[in-house]
Design a protein around this ligand. Structure first.
Ligand SMILES: [Zn+2]
Length: 267
């Protein structure tokens, strides 16, 4: 169900690791950010948008990972945008013969048969260095960085004081570092600095997965992600509730063990 979040901004939470989908009302239809996961969800999202008396004018994917680039015919066939680095990374993946198998390894088994792969990733690249979303609607600034995935982009919905951050700043997931990056840790820390610099302009922060943060909790999320990345870099065990006895996802400790082994001492 789409729920109002701020003026002209609505949100829908998926059952799959609390994936957050954002809808922003524009002049000629809505902007749809990271549409969601299962066929049933995407159909219901399309129904909800029709129920608002409008349609999808443009899609946007915060980054190229499969759970952010899905689509369904009921959402129509508007342009679906990503940064040029996002589209390059996606094209590189889709050119590999076994991309379906690569994605299938990460699919949640309970939803695997209900995830529509047919329209995955048909994105159009924005010009390199685009800092404002080109669309007929409220002004949206694009903050592109290199944490977690190439081309990863946060969207600052200025009038509504909402920041959509993609796969960072989750209360359930520790930072997922990019094994393919040349500087996965310093890139991550630089992205946290970039997002921290935008916090004075927002009241609400929406992570790609996890619960929405408001007010002082936004800075707390940044501090927690920064402490995690620094601990991994320095080979220390992080003091992080996402890995503790009350962790939201018990499999996060395995993710952390793998990252601690792969990234200690890197920059
Ligand atoms: Zn991701």
């Amino acid at each position: 169900m789409l729920t109002p979040l701020a003026d002209a901004v609505l949100v829908r939470e998926s059952e799959f690791i609390q994936t957050q989908t954002i809808v922003v009302r524009g002049d000629d239809g809505v902007l749809l950010i990271d549409p969601g996961i299962t066929r049933a969800e995407l159909r219901s999202l399309a129904d909800d948008i029709r129920g608002l008396g409008t349609e999808v004018a443009v899609g946007f994917s915060t980054h190229f990972h499969w759970d952010h680039v899905l689509w369904h015919p009921d959402l129509g066939a508007p342009p679906r945008l990503g940064t040029s680095a996002t589209v390059r990374a996606l094209d590189e993946l889709l050119q590999q013969d076994d991309w379906r198998e690569q994605i299938a390894e990460g699919l949640p088994p309970e939803h695997a048969d209900d995830i529509p792969m047919e329209l995955l990733g048909e994105l159009t690249a924005l010009p390199e260095g685009t800092t404002r979303l080109p669309w007929a609607g409220p002004d949206i600034r694009l903050l592109e960085h290199r944490a977690h995935a190439p081309g990863h982009t946060a969207l600052l919905i200025e009038h509504a004081r909402v920041l959509v951050v993609g796969d960072m700043l989750s209360d359930g997931l520790v930072p997922f570092l990019d094994r393919a990056a040349a500087h996965p840790l310093s890139d991550y820390l630089a992205a946290l600095d970039l997002i921290e610099g935008a916090l004075t302009q927002v009241d609400v922060l929406v992570p790609g997965h996890g619960s929405i943060a408001r007010g002082a909790e936004m800075a707390d999320r940044i501090a927690l992600d920064r402490a995690y990345v620094e601990a991994v870099r320095d080979g220390r065990e992080p003091d992080d509730p996402r890995l503790g006895p009350h962790a939201i996802h018990d499999w996060m400790r395995d993710v952390h063990r793998g990252q601690a082994a792969a990234f200690a001492g890197r920059d």
